[in-house]
Design a protein around this ligand. Structure first.
Ligand code: AMP
Length: 419
């Protein structure tokens, strides 16, 4: 085959029709389940103001400093959204969604963009689904969010997962912990990786996320945040664990599961799959009680998660889970001659209006080629019509699966189809 003149960008992939059916299957399932949990969909623009994503130099973390696609046009700075929590919060504040009353329970599905180095399970355009609950500080919200996340994977048949859970407490607890962590790391500061050295003052918690070999011995023995939680934080964490246990949701406490950004609070969690290889996180989330205020709203507690669609599909593939998505069409109208072709074309809407999917030849092919095409399209039935059939008002109705034919009027065919 000739080399294509134009190709997609690195880390951005086409989702072709045979795969789109899998995506649609999953998207439908996610939407249906989200509605069962009484969540409403929110759709925000693909592009946001760069300032929303890069909020002040204090928040300049790895994701925002290196990994965003941004450009400017005139006075305006645009960024392709790398995630949806900040955009959803922006929308909540901008549109005064709090005035709808109660807590806002929102879900989303859509593309995100990060200029990362692509590898299996890591793309530059990828897709996430997720939930955000705004306006509740109750552990019930944390647990419903986690329960929904696990429920989706279980429903699909991905049950071999581990839920990692931690609490990073409130700012008071975290400040105490940061000091303890820095004091512990200080004697070995010179032995830390360059990245961790940089993080030491700005964001010491992120050192715990380090994948660098030289950091591992220090991470392994470092103090844990759960020893520094104040009373309120401990109480919240205890409730989350209690409710998860009530729901029979297994979890593994991981005191090193932390979040770099200051707006994160309390519960942090991640869902891991052994079927994914190096990029083993299916989904992650937690509380971010300080973000709404940071984005200019009233102080509003919030919790959510985001899950990668591509990784969900990889897990399905690894586990041999079929997403029930065979290509097929209910009826193929096979015609011989111009008059039959005209007749066929005018019957298509009548079938479709009854919810029957239907098609006919678009290429002026022979009857034999049309029958072959009907098979290729996985047509369940064919209506075969030539001049004689037109004159008699009786058409050959063929069940393609069992190769059975009868001669029927169009009304009789419709009746058969409805059964
Ligand atoms: P995060 O927003 O970084 O917490 O990511 C949430 C989830 O999105 C991860 O657990 C992954 O499943 C997925 N994800 C994050 N980054 C990528 C990426 N570059 N490519 C594919 N999936 C990703």
């Amino acid at each position: 085959m000739a080399q294509a003149k134009y190709t997609t960008h690195l880390g951005m992939v086409d989702i072709l029709p045979d795969d789109v059916r899998k995506w649609q299957f999953l998207e439908k399932l996610i939407r249906e389940e989200a509605h069962k949990f009484n969540f409403e969909e929110i759709r925000t623009p693909i592009m946001e103001q760069t300032e929303l994503i890069v909020r002040g130099l204090g928040q300049l973390t790895d994701i925002v400093s290196k990994e965003i696609f941004s450009f400017s046009r005139g006075e305006d700075n645009y960024v392709l959204r790398p995630e949806l929590t900040a955009p959803v919060v922006r929308s909540y504040v901008e549109n005064h969604l709090d005035q709808r009353g109660g807590s806002q329970k929102l879900y989303y599905i859509g593309p995100m963009f990060r200029a990362e180095r692509p590898q299996k399970g890591r793309q530059r355009q990828f897709h996430q689904f997720g939930l955000e609950v705004l306006g509740s500080n109750d552990a019930v919200a944390d647990v419903e969010v986690i329960a929904f996340m696990i429920h989706i994977y279980n429903k699909i048949g991905i049950t071999n997962t581990t839920l990692k859970l931690n609490s990073i407490g409130d700012p008071e607890s975290r400040d105490k912990y940061k000091e303890a962590l820095k004091a512990y790391l200080k004697p070995n500061f010179e032995k830390l990786s360059d990245l961790s050295k940089k993080r030491y003052d700005k964001n010491p918690l992120r050192i715990l996320d380090s994948k660098e070999e030289e950091d591992q011995p220090f991470i392994k023995n470092s103090p844990v945040i759960t020893d520094y939680l104040n009373e309120d934080s401990l109480a919240h964490y205890a409730k989350v664990k209690e409710y998860l246990t009530d729901l029979n949701i297994d979890f593994e406490e991981d005191p090193y599961l932390v979040r770099g950004m200051d707006y994160y609070t309390q519960t942090a969690f991640e869902l891991i799959s052994p079927d994914l290889g190096a990029q083993d996180a299916l989904a992650g989330g937690g509380r971010y009680d300080l973000l709404v205020e940071e984005i200019g709203g009233q102080p509003t507690p919030a919790v959510g998660f985001a899950a990668g669609m591509e990784r969900l599909l990889i897990a399905c593939e690894e586990l041999g889970i079929e997403l029930g998505t065979e290509k097929k069409v209910d009826v193929y109208i096979v015609t011989l001659g111009d008059a039959a072709r005209k007749w066929g074309l005018s019957q298509l809407p009548k079938l479709r209006e009854r919810g029957i999917s239907t098609t006919m030849d678009y290429m002026g092919r022979s009857m034999k080629a049309q029958m072959k095409d009907a098979n290729r399209e996985n047509a369940q039935f064919a209506i075969i019509v030539g001049e004689n059939e037109l004159n008699e008002g009786k058409y050959t109705f063929r069940n393609m699966k069992v190769s059975e034919e009868s001669s029927l009027s169009f009304e009789e065919i419709l009746k058969r189809m409805e059964n």
